[in-house]
Design a protein around this ligand. Structure first.
Ligand SMILES: Cc1ncc(C[n+]2csc(CCOP(=O)(O)OP(=O)(O)O)c2C)c(N)n1
Ligand SMILES: [Mg+2]
Length: 791
């Protein structure tokens, strides 16, 4: 190490520390809402960053500011911009003001939403706040390196990998590693043997809770001894270094990255004796729960202080030299903070100044001049204003002006409309892809079915379609429990592992969160994963990751990153309490930002896979459990036919009532409608096909205009997805105005579905239930024509 490098490291340690100190003051002065900092972790991050190369990935947490600065991906000004919530990617490229301080992410996509050359960026994947939730993604990022190295068919993807040399660097706190998902991820990495280097920043506390409450044996590395690899067995390399020991940290990270990069061995780096000089966050002081002795120890073993001592002991430079660096750091951070604050205020003031002016203009000729001038004045005087302060003032003025007309008021109204549009974009864009590759732009291609088309089981249809897809696109891979050797429990991938190899179609352990993690990581690295969750009922183990990480990923990075993965699962109706669930509202509530496909049969499912794989959004596909053995005609254009997402399918035309449904319920409703026809009632049946997006072209209201009645039927609990559909149709499509009867829902019962045929009959809607509800509605319309047949 040269003197220059050492002093540069010291300078960065000082700058990062000073950034934290000033940022904390900003919070206490009311200029920012919340602060959480990387103090006490500076040195280890500087050492780790030395071995982090272009093409490597970070999946970490809120303590990593020094690492981000060291990689050149975070400037001090950007740090403050995020602290202030500056909603502009030119100032906060990490999240466009959407994430609180300490949540980092590089911009991996170009203007069109396509991947840049990822081998040229020091990548940070977008951080999230749930402790430990960075782990599944980390496993996937590391696994992708293994796939790139071992699958020659991926060699051409030189914008994504150089022979799988990329290391996935993870960071996690000592407390967060008590989360189940951490253990799951460590085990998965040990099994998969992937280049994952996970550093534990051990400061002995998780907010106020000490290590003895978190970790068996009180010591992370001893607890993991059983995972340690040796000459005979593969496992995990476990390394230790003190958080204040510059030399030891540099050596440890050098060796750790060599092992990861060259040999694809996962490494757990336990960085202990770390401190928290400023406590956990701005929400409370650590003097409340740390002993005097501990606080003194933290002061003595502060990594920056120890680094300084080491520099002096080794005669690298004089104390004066270091004092000069410290003073320069203070100055540099002050300037950067001021610049970030000025830029933030300037952006807010642009709108605010106009609002003040326009309110004053309108006041001049208004009968409520004084009231308006007061609003303008108080807006003008607002200290540390938010954009919403101006919006609120203008809205208030417009309310007061409701009975007046003048040209100045028009100006104010224009301001309100323009800022509404701009702020909506600022805070609500990129929930879904806005790229040229969005699946919503994929046109419909009908399945080609002729006289000669053979009737086969639904599962075989899927299998043929997967085969066509895998043949043409080497980026495709499928994995999950029982997916490899037997081709999944319903044989959709039957025989395909033999054909495409274990590297593309593979079994995994029973660990839903990290199966999703494997999908996230590989999708972020340019591959096209289909990750299987064996049954819909077991999606709950993965729902946290899907909700917190996948669904919010594109949004929270303000369009900077994407993970176009497909979660394949099956559900709705089979047998028993944990094999028949259809908790669609739970999923709907959790995964806005993903598509949710609910095909009724395997032709539709295959068409949706074909669409999704042309798009760049993440999706969940719920195949109907009881449709694998139903016969369908095999289309000739396998891999090519598509289903447009968010476009409904009218399964049966009718005139008396519109029944809106999806999935397995389509067959039940069709059965009921057949009998209702005999009773003189004509049903129009609509299969919505996808719950997210939902009926993009508002076709359901068109049907209701004709029938004037609607029933929403599914297998979810009451007020679940039926309520979701009802809201979309009655309110969103304004169908209420065409109704002649009370709108109805027919969901499953609120208990989990009971076992066996009778359990199903009394838990899930049957065709009898469909008939009863529809007949009841028609009886109310015309009792003479439709008399009750029972009490
Ligand atoms: C799932 C979850 N539970 C609780 C929290 C609240 N929380 C935020 S940080 C934290 C402590 C984390 O401690 P540790 O992992 O040791 O990291 P440190 O802050 O000490 O670096 C907790 C409990 C959270 N963010 N996520
Ligand atoms: Mg901690």
């Amino acid at each position: 190490m040269t003197k220059e490098e050492i002093l540069q490291d010291y300078r960065l340690a000082c700058e990062s520390r000073q950034t934290s100190i000033l940022a904390r003051k900003e919070v206490f002065m009311g200029k920012a809402k919340f602060g959480i900092f990387g103090t006490g972790k500076e040195l280890a991050q500087i050492c780790m960053a030395k071995f982090f190369k272009e093409g490597d990935f970070r999946s970490g947490y809120y303590r990593d500011q020094t690492f981000m600065m060291a990689t050149g991906e975070l400037s001090i000004e950007q740090y403050f911009a995020q602290l202030y919530g500056h909603a502009d990617i030119a100032h906060d490229p990490h999240s466009g003001g959407r994430m609180m301080i300490g949540h980092y992410s590089t911009r991996n996509l170009d203007e069109q939403g396509r991947f840049k050359d990822l081998t040229k960026i020091k990548i940070s994947t977008p951080d999230i706040s749930p402790t430990g939730a960075q782990m599944p993604r980390l496993v996937g990022l590391a696994w992708a390196s293994k796939l790139f190295r071992n699958n020659p068919e991926l060699r051409h993807m030189t914008n994504f990998s150089h022979n799988g040399n990329e290391v996935a660097f993870g960071t996690i706190g000592n407390g967060a590693m008590a989360e189940g998902v951490f253990f799951e991820a460590i085990n998965a990495a040990g099994v998969l043997q992937v280049p994952m280097l996970i550093s534990i920043w051990d400061d002995a506390y998780a907010i106020s809770v000490p290590q003895s409450y978190q970790t068996t044996k009180d010591d992370i590395s001893s607890m993991f001894e059983g995972f340690r690899r040796d000459h005979n067995e593969r496992g995990i390399e476990i390394m230790k270094a003190k958080g204040w020991d510059y030399e030891a940290l540099c050596y440890a990270y050098k060796e750790a990255t060599r092992l990861c990069r060259d040999e694809h061995v996962p490494v757990l780096m336990h960085v202990y004796e770390m401190t928290q000089p400023m406590g956990h966050s701005t929400s409370g002081s650590h003097e409340r729960y740390k002993s005097k002795e501990r606080l003194q120890w933290e002061e003595d073993f502060d990594c920056n202080k120890k680094f300084k001592e080491w520099i002096l002991e080794n005669g690298v430079c004089s104390e004066d030299d270091l004092a000069a660096i410290e003073a320069e750091s203070v100055e540099k951070v002050k300037i950067a903070r001021q610049r970030a604050w000025d830029n933030h205020l300037k952006a807010v003031h642009q709108d605010q100044d106009l609002a003040v002016q326009y309110i004053k203009d309108v006041a001049a000729s208004s009968s409520i001049k004084e009231e308006l001038e007061q609003i303008a004045e108080s807006l003008h005087k607002t200290l540390n204003p938010y954009r919403s302060d101006a919006v609120k003032a203008v809205k208030k003025a417009l309310r007061l002006l409701r009975n007046e007309t003048n040209t100045a008021k028009l100006q104010l109204q224009d301001w309100a409309a323009r800022t509404e549009k701009e702020n909506t974009r600022r805070y609500n864009s990129h929930l879904y892809s806005e790229s040229v590759d969005s699946a919503l732009l994929v046109p419909e291609v009908a399945p080609v079915i002729t006289e000669e088309s053979v009737l086969i089981d639904g599962r075989e249809l899927l299998q043929h379609n997967f085969e066509a897809l895998f043949n043409r696109d080497p980026r495709l891979l499928a994995f999950g429990e029982d997916v490899g050797q037997i081709g999944d429990v319903n044989q959709g991938f039957s025989g395909l592992q033999d054909k495409f190899g274990e590297i593309r179609i593979t079994d995994t352990g029973i660990r839903e969160a990290t199966i999703v993690g494997q999908a996230i990581g590989t999708a972020m690295r340019g591959l096209r994963p289909i990750a299987e969750i064996q049954y819909l009922d077991y999606l709950l183990f993965a729902i946290e990751i899907l909700s917190d990480d996948v669904a919010s990923l594109h949004y929270r990075s303000a369009g900077g990153q994407k993970a176009p993965l497909i979660i394949r699962t099956r559900g709705h109706r089979l047998e028993g309490m944990f094999h028949s669930g259809s908790p669609m509202q739970m999923i709907l509530g959790a995964v806005r930002g993903m598509f949710l496909c609910v095909p009724r049969n395997m032709t539709q499912a295959a068409g949706m896979y074909n669409t999704l794989l042309q798009g760049d959004e993440p999706a969940i596909m719920i195949e109907s459990l009881n449709a694998y053995r139903l016969k369908e005609k095999l289309p000739q254009n396998l891999g090519d036919f598509t289903v447009q997402l968010g476009i409904i399918d009218v399964l049966r035309a009718g005139t008396d009532i519109t029944i809106v449904t999806y999935g397995s319920m389509c067959r039940i409703v069709q059965e009921g409608a057949n009998e209702l026809q005999q009773l003189g009632i004509s049903c129009e049946i609509i299969d919505i096909q996808t719950l997210l997006p939902f009926d993009r072209t508002h076709q359901i209201v068109e049907s209701i205009k004709k029938t004037n009645r609607v029933l929403f039927a599914d297998e979810d609990y009451s007020a679940g997805a039926t309520a979701y559909m009802m809201q979309h149709v009655l309110e969103g499509q304004k169908a209420w105005q065409y109704l002649d009867s009370e709108p109805r829902t027919l969901p499953g019962k609120d208990n989990r579905p009971a076992y066996s045929t009778d359990g199903d009959y009394y838990s899930k809607p049957s065709s009898d239930d469909v008939i009863d509800v529809v007949y009841e509605m028609m009886h109310e319309v015309n009792p003479a024509k439709f008399p009750k047949w029972y009490k």
